[in-house]
Write a protein that binds this ligand. Sequence first.
Ligand code: FAD
Ligand code: FES
Length: 405
Amino acid sequence: MVDILHFLGAAMLFVVCAQLGLLALASVRRYVHTARIQSLEVADFEERIARTHVIRKSEEAHGAPWSGWRKFEVTQTVDECGGVKSFYLRAHDQKPIPGFLPGQFLTFQLDIPGQQKKIVRCYSLSDCPRDDHYRVTIKRLPEGLVSGFFHDHVKEGSILDIKAPSGGFFLDTNKETPVVLIGGGVGITPLLSMLNSVVESKSPRKVWLFFGVRNSDEHIMKAHLDQIAREYSQVELRVCYSQPLAADVLGRDYHHGERISLKAIKAELGTSNYDFFICGSAPMMKTVIDGLRDWGVPETKIRREAFGPASVKKPAPTKGVSVVFARSDKKILWSGEEQSLLDLAEAQKIATIDASGCHAGSCGTCKTAIKSGKVTYNQDPGADIEEGSCLTCICVPETDLVLDA
Ligand SMILES: Cc1cc2nc3c(=O)[nH]c(=O)nc-3n(C[C@H](O)[C@H](O)[C@H](O)COP(=O)(O)OP(=O)(O)OC[C@H]3O[C@@H](n4cnc5c(N)ncnc54)[C@H](O)[C@@H]3O)c2cc1C
Ligand code: FES
């Protein structure tokens, strides 16, 4: 009898200890998870502060940006390859133009016949800073309103309204740490600016460029890239063709007969100790970024630029909160189906939010004041955003929300 009581006592003690152990383990896990998120947030915050500092220093050194719209004249257009054209732009007032950080973009406002309002789009600067002109390189998209307008109607002598260079995706040219640039298709444009800046400044910085396209028909600035790889020993160029043409030669035109893959990147680099800059299609960016994370590359060393709404990550499906458009006198229950507050505003025909912009968090056109509540961003804002406002094209409500719209 005594043995049985001993046994039962020991068993109960074991169960209690096991439960306490599990509880303690769960608390430790929660603590580690929270600490990890907090340290990521701190790292992200510090990174943003550092980036702002670099932008301010660059403005001091290379001239402050103009505010609002400034007129530029197209001085030259160049066909780069199938469906991709470069546009050279000189300030119409002939006054000096400020420099920029390689990777930044220009914002254009266009008056397109048949459109009720002016349309805004962003295009990356595709060359390093020059004294007297900027260059952008634009791919024509099927049915694309602005890219089609550029290709069909913007010619030498055209005058365009442009906002000063901006954006948080840039190469800090004061550093000499090795970098890996990974570009898909026209996503090479900001990376070209980075590459050109490194070699023209005679920096010894090591640069790897992985460039993925379908085949030689889409190989933007092939001759220029080949020349840089030949002339500068610090530059390693690796071109990936996913669908090489019969005339494309492995080893001459391209190095990997596949899409850009992390397997190829890892095999070429050997170590992950680089700063990575990525710009391309949404699937390419997702594959590469997930792979880099798995490889142990810290989040702060992975910089990315999304070119448009198709590249924007789907937000976490917040549901059941309400969104009030105060000036339009509308209250809507957020179903979690729209990708952004701007999508919701467009669906509800809210005219007080301007939907003619980039839809990618870059141009600031959709900026709206928040009267109460909180939003969550589904990608890093590229445009400046002050406390109390939000870029509706890349955020969703986190709590009940009242917008001044
Ligand atoms: C920071 C930044 C930098 C950029 N840099 C570059 C650059 O250097 N070069 C470059 O070429 N682009 C760049 N872009 C992309 C560029 O801004 C435009 O998004 C791009 O040119 C498409 O604009 P669009 O007006 O031609 O196409 P849109 O008319 O906006 O259409 C985009 C695509 O969506 C499709 N579409 C439109 N409406 C619908 C609909 N209702 N249903 C289904 N499909 C639809 C169109 O067919 C088209 O393929 C950049 C974007 C950002 C944010
Ligand atoms: S539309 Fe450009 S930032 Fe939202």
